[in-house]
Design a protein around this ligand. Sequence first.
Ligand code: COA
Ligand code: AMP
Length: 636
Amino acid sequence: MSNAFDDAYRRSMDDPEGFWGDVAEDVRWIKKWDRVLDSSNKPFYRWFSGAEVNTCFNAVDRHVEEGRADQLALIYDSPVTGNTVRTYTYKQLLDEVAGFAGVLKANGVEKGDRVLIYMPMVPEAAIAMLACARIGAIHSVVFGGFASNELAVRIDDAKPKVIVSATCGIEVGRVIEYMPLLNGAIDMAAHKPNHCIILERPEFKTVLSEGRDIDWATAMESAVPAECVPVLATDPLYILYTSGTTGEPKGVVRDNGGHLVALKWSMKNIYGVDPGDVYWAASDVGWVVGHSYIVYAPLFHGCTTILYEGKPVGTPDAGAFWRVISDHKVNVMFTAPTAFRAIKREDPDGKLMQDYDLSHFRHLFLAGERTDSDTLHWAEEKIGVPVIDHWWQTETGWSIAANCIGLHAFPVKPGSPTKAVPGWDVQILDENVTPVKDGVIGAICIKLPLPPSSLPTLWNADDRFIESYLTEFPGFYKTADAGYRDEDGYLYIMARTDDIINVAGHRLSTGGMEEVLSKHPDVAECAVIGVADDLKGQLPVGFLVLKVGVDKDHADIISEVITMVRDQIGPVAAFKTASVIDRLPKTRSGKILRGTMQKIADNEDYKMPATIDDPAILDEIKEALEGIGYASSRTA
Ligand code: COA
Ligand code: AMP
């Protein structure tokens, strides 16, 4: 017997234009589209071509017009600043956003210009994003845990006219000064912004650069509110940089129309949320989860969103999430499994939960990495609500696979994010681009065209877009995840097929770390692999081969490379372990056998690679891994 999910899925496959055209009626358009799906310039498919819209209007203004002016739009909850709570109704948010849009305009920002946002988890980050959308500027938010060098690369690629930042971010027990990081990045970058607008936080005051820097609060005092401007549905809303297979991040482009349509639809149909509900994504605005589910989707849907500046543990304890859920009557929450592993480790019996009223809480959604069964069962048992794993990527902007609670709740199978969501034609392929049988692992690909909100291209890099995603499996988008589908249509996402590792739900490139290590003057060759970690899912571990004749203490070299990764990529890389070895295991053609090294580290079975140059070297790797606390291996 079919259900609402099956019906929606089938229609989205058989008649994508009809399906998304109907869904799009839920959005307030300035001008309707000429074509729902424009396939005239394949493989650059465009959704809602010819339509005009404003994303900010749909996130804020429309709710003020439609009766939600006094409803809370955003609750800022910040245990790291002495339990600050600040709230914004939709009307108050509108005033702030229109005001800041006026500040951007007064500083020369026009439609199509880029604005880089390098901010901690404060409401002003969301206000700046929405203000850009209001005037048709393209924002590019950079996560606060990235170092100057990463910021400089993004400045040079996006070429922002203005950068919006703050004097500091706050991590557990320490204040992170942003200005040295920002100034360092601007010094390093070839492109210079005209202005930086700086939010001064009470926790850290700084001296602004005269002529370049503008104080946020002062500028807002004289701001002339700006109105929403029409943009094309196909115009970019934002660029979000994500790790690619080299040190160069990929600038994922998101358009206005498709994003609006798909994200609004996802709130009811995937998350089972209604307008007026309280929705909390415990992530960071610097990641795609923060873009989609802290800022945009909950506001498109008229919900109250929570912007939380804190951690699951340590701010002040493992009861922090229960406190927020209880204080703000959260209905649905979204975070990464690592956060629940952290809570479970500190409060295995869930004792801290007992102090709080969780009666409004309906569903917990997890993504960013695979949800292990232990964490799933622990969360289900302790919280007593369904725990839903769902799978997506920065590139897609929303779920590829999920248990679509608002359509039909399927039984949860541990280890699976359930089924492909309407709009996503997911196929598991072998290297000949042939679908494999159920239960067989292959490359997870999506048949083109991708549904609305998926990346139309990479910023200023159409060729890289085609080469990275569309070339290996012609006619398909390559997710770079490997996995399988079972006989019930449930998907299982098993591993990345590239050099990306997932550390505490953060996507990082080991290639990028290798580029940093290889800059050390004593390092001849290196490799970085991701090893399994109970808390963070994976952690990077480096192997260094030193140049001939280097007689420096290995501990010093290791500590120097650790500092280099922290300084050049950022603390978020969590690179803290390395080992000096005599040589790296390679194939006869010189390819480093990172996959085999990782299996040895994780104590998994591995096959001796037929093309290995010298099998004895694997014993040396095993010994080195044991020396830094990782397990021994079994050969198959
Ligand atoms: N600015 C500056 N530094 C930051 C930062 C930021 N915005 N975010 C993290 N860092 C730093 C941390 O302080 C830490 O520094 P340290 O090495 O000096 O301790 C380092 O980067 C690594 O951070 P993280 O991997 O987050 O580890 P953690 O020990 O601070 O916290 C968790 C671990 C599991 C509690 C945390 O990662 C978490 O809550 N994750 C789940 C939610 C999430 O962020 N998901 C992302 C996508 S949904
Ligand atoms: P990001 O672009 O940072 O969102 O990272 C996307 C990658 O994280 C995916 O390609 C997967 O490798 C991994 N990922 C995200 N969600 C899940 C999930 N639910 N299960 C397994 N892996 C996931």
